[in-house]
Design a protein around this ligand. Structure first.
Ligand code: FAD
Length: 528
């Protein structure tokens, strides 16, 4: 007799989503979490007394809003903040800035007035082009998908096949330049699109296959909106935790699962780091494939080809996130002077264009810190006063891709300091006194996320968002997609699974539904 119907490894947002879906369907669920907080790589933490920062994820990008009600997060006070614009991208002084207005009319006016009618036309045509990928994404959002090659081959008309091939296997740059030709006038638009293309990948915008991540980032709406949870990203998981516990679910924090107990080709429970064994009918891993299979399944328990395919998954993904408290909101100068006193100042990004990202990518591959990194810099407490003490001081976070992944032993801290120095220098172009505003700062690279959450190589995608690792090739390329594994009763339901990374709740929800189907649901109404 098992103590639990389902054990879930990991209380990240996907583990908690799976927990809600299973527990309210009448299953007895235990979630085991290594850290002593919920949310994994999407948590809000008091890094400095009186200030809250979203460590890891900070905005909802791919998330579907209908899930707020479905998962009952609204009943636990979950709310979204909708800024009038998601970002203001700036480059050189003579380049027009690109403002990511969330209202399509505002965006259209900005494009036509500041970038020319050709930019507006390009944006509209690019939206229609992305719609091919979005339609494919939505078709398989809750379904076990075939591989990308199979999906494309199954399309009946040649035009759609060609569009999907380019949107999945092409380089971001070849698509971007088709719609935004003028690198001077449209440099910041090109840069903004390129930055979405390289997010969650180990590619530059010129790399074949970089179009896939860009297409993925434009699946949630017609514009690229950053939706901000009130109280920080951690409220996604804290509200899910409350729903899970309201239905009687049990979570144990500071509980590290060491390995799966495997008997006769099936997982029958988990062995904890302290030696305790806990048995269940089904076990769900929300960790990445390497952690799940190579680290937590005894050697020889998996088919050799499968184990080799797990070994080949690409994870390297370098980045730097700097959390700060600042004395006051900055006064912007030069090309960003116009954002002072407007909401457009809440998130500014220095992205001159694709070449800048490409060079940073090449430098990171050579193990060097980028000379001129692209930087996002945002002021969350400007939008959400609950994040700072309310005495005029504020929170600020900077993020940059392409911190080297292959760092010689003993050099990490030195390279981290160089990178932060260059990120601050980039922001000084528009906030000359930025350095003087900073009161405290703490810096996280991929190494922190690897150590804290057992994410292989600190890859927040839990398997890079490369076309060979998407759709039916997720979580393990060549192994039929889906949430089931070669081991009986072991399931996957984290961001390692289709549809992929980000705070989406989708892998957790879809994985839980597969487990419910296998176990038989006690409360089918709630699971629909
Ligand atoms: C710097 C950064 C910025 C990001 N920005 C965004 C963003 O703005 N928007 C967005 O949508 N996404 C963003 N992401 C990506 C997003 O955070 C992740 O893809 C997502 O949080 C993954 O969720 P998950 O629940 O699948 O996995 P995780 O959050 O990794 O959860 C897995 C959980 O399992 C626990 N665990 C691990 N090993 C064990 C064990 N042996 N026993 C018990 N528990 C264990 C971990 O502690 C963790 O809590 C960002 C990530 C980072 C790092």
């Amino acid at each position: 007799m098992c103590e639990y119907d389902v054990i879930i490894v990991g209380a990240g947002h996907n583990g908690l989503t799976a927990g809600v879906e299973l527990q309210r369907a009448g299953k007895k669920v235990l979630i085991l979490e290594k850290t002593n907080w919920p949310g994994g790589q999407a948590a809000t933490k008091e890094l400095f007394k009186g200030y809250k920062h979203s460590v890891g994820a900070w905005a909802l990008l791919i998330f579907r809003e209908e899930l707020i009600k479905y998962l009952e997060m609204d009943k636990e006070g979950f709310e979204l903040i909708r800024p009038e614009s998601s970002f203001t991208v700036f480059g050189a002084e003579d380049q027009p800035c690109f403002i990511g207005y969330t209202d399509p009319i505002d965006l259209a006016n900005h494009l036509a007035e500041d970038h020319g009618i050709d930019a507006l036309d390009g944006f509209n045509r690019l939206g229609s082009f992305f719609a091919n990928f979005k339609e494919m994404f939505e078709r398989y959002m809750h379904e076990k998908p075939p591989t990308l090659e199979e999906i494309i081959a199954m399309e009946p008309d040649d035009k759609t096949r060609q569009a999907l091939s380019r949107l999945s296997y092409g380089s971001a740059i070849e698509i971007i330049r088709e719609f935004f030709k003028d690198s001077d006038k449209h440099g910041c638009i090109q840069g903004s699109l390129s930055a979405s293309a390289i997010d969650g990948t180990h590619m530059g915008p010129y790399t074949k296959g970089s179009a896939a991540s860009m297409s993925y980032h434009y699946t949630a709406g017609d514009t690229y909106d950053f939706k901000i949870p009130k109280g920080g990203i951690g409220t996604v998981s804290s509200s899910l935790l409350k729903v899970f516990q309201r239905y009687g679910g049990e979570v144990r924090f500071k509980s590290i699962v060491e390995e799966f107990i495997i008997e006769h080709g099936a997982v029958v429970g988990v062995r904890m780091k302290d030696g305790e064994e806990i048995r269940s009918e089904a076990t769900i891993s929300t960790l990445d494939s390497k952690m799940t299979f190579a680290n937590m399944c005894a050697p020889g328990t998996l088919p050799t080809d499968f184990a080799n395919a797990v070994d080949d998954i690409e994870y390297a993904n370098g980045y730097v996130q700097v959390h700060m408290t600042i004395k006051e909101l900055p006064t912007f100068k030069n090309q960003l002077e116009f954002v002072n006193g407007t909401v457009q100042s809440w998130l500014v990004a220095y992205i001159k264009g694709p070449e800048q990202l490409h060079k940073a990518w090449q430098q990171s591959r050579a193990g060097q810190v980028a000379d001129d990194p692209a930087v996002y810099c945002y002021f969350p407490s400007q939008l959400d006063s609950s994040l700072s003490p309310g005495d005029g001081t504020h929170t600020c976070t900077m993020f940059s891709h392409y911190f080297p992944t292959d760092i010689p032993a003993g050099k990490h801290n030195e390279m981290k300091s160089h990178m932060v120095e260059r990120m601050i220098t980039a922001m000084e172009k528009v906030i000359p006194d930025f350095r003087e505003l900073i009161m405290d700062q703490v810096v996280f690279t991929q190494q922190y996320f690897e150590k804290a959450f057992n994410a292989t190589d600190g890859d927040f995608s839990l398997g890079l968002l490369h076309p060979g690792q998407m759709f039916g090739d997720r979580p393990v390329p060549g192994w039929d997609g889906g949430h089931e594994t070669p081991l009986g009763n072991l399931y996957m339901a984290g961001a390692a699974c289709h549809p992929g990374p980000g705070v989406t709740c989708l892998p957790g929800l879809n994985g839980a539904r597969v487990v419910l189907e296998k176990l038989g649901s006690a409360n089918t109404e709630a699971a629909e």
